[in-house]
Design a binder for this molecule. Sequence first.
Ligand code: ZN
Length: 442
Amino acid sequence: MLIIGNGTVLTLGQNNRVLQNGAVLIQDTKIQEVGSTADLLKKFPKAQYIDASGKLIMPGMINSHMHLYSTFARGMDSKSKPPKRFKDILESLWWKLDKLLTLEDVYYSALIPLIDCVKTGTTTIIDHHASPKAVTGSLQIMAKAAEEVGLRAAFCYEVSDRDGEKIAWEGIKENAEFIAACHANPNSRLAGLFGLHASLTLSDKTLERCREAVGSLNTGYHIHVAEGIEDLEDSLAKSGLRVVERLNKFGILGPKTIAAHCVHVNDEEIEILKSTQTQVVHNPESNMGNAVGTAPVLKLLERGVQVGLGTDGYTCDMFESGKAANILQKHAHADPSVGWGEVPQMLYNHNPRIAERLFSGKFGELAPGAWADVIIVDYIPFTPMNETNWSGHLLFGVSGRAVETTVIDGKVRMINRELLGIDEDRIYARSRELAQKLWARL
Ligand SMILES: [Zn+2]
């Protein structure tokens, strides 16, 4: 039993409460009680106690679209002119990097951002992976990294035709085997999705094969949708259909499917996303960085589509993603009044609902029965904080680096900024060696 107390508890969830001098009682992997610190300490005097001393106690964050494999791009010199179009960014950076990854690179590329997630208060990620020369076993080795760091993670391998039929086929097998293994050994911290790169790198034949491979596996797809205008142009040229229409024709959409980006979608496509209950994930920093346009997230939300928030590998810090989403919508609409409700909705309501479609149990809330994914944030409110203004406190007052304690699945993974059970120096040293070797192979 563990009590985290003496802080400002922000429960979030449907019955969101802000409790001064509040505490959370954790039993095994779940939250058992939320109440006043004095009451819980009196009731459970033998419980282990973590003193949050006035700071914020809240649910861990969720990243609904991530690329752990992008780690070794940090500081990489491509020695060529900066790419001008989105497709050039894929070709000159990501499709060069991912082809060089070995299984050991994949493992360390995963460990580093997973550690960063713990440090910045992200307790669940939904990843999208590519390593065309090391496909088989890549998802299992990432699952091993997630297990070691303690994060909840959903993995998939991005099938694509860009490296030929053999590698596409390996990707299909890797997804199917990983999903089957997840089903055979249910684990509340691990899930599998069927990964697809994007419509522009997938032929009709490969899409058919993917659908056949999914067969009776109870799973959804994780795919980039209409991220750059090239995806739309390609889909129209290939099929006469827009991207969402084409994917719908192949049965790719549905309640468990994640459609990342959806920048270039029209009203009819939004209706399809809604009627199929497909989940959209917005990645504001990535969209701005790649200059692909602004996703119509306000319209998607207004029409009733579930829209979560991700980072697309840009960062591990979901507080940062929330800040970017907020200013992007205001800037794009030239209207400072928009986004106030929608961004917290994506981050603190839709992201947990997305996680709940992939994993078992209750996410994103400090309430009895929910997963014990809890963070302590070094933020002592200097103006009143309550049930109506909490999101303004988080938006303007909190960043991932303010997180000092992270508990996942009831296990303390970081306390007072000290990681437990992780030899960070050794991991970083090996990562630098591997990155150096990979850069030399470029
Ligand atoms: Zn992505």
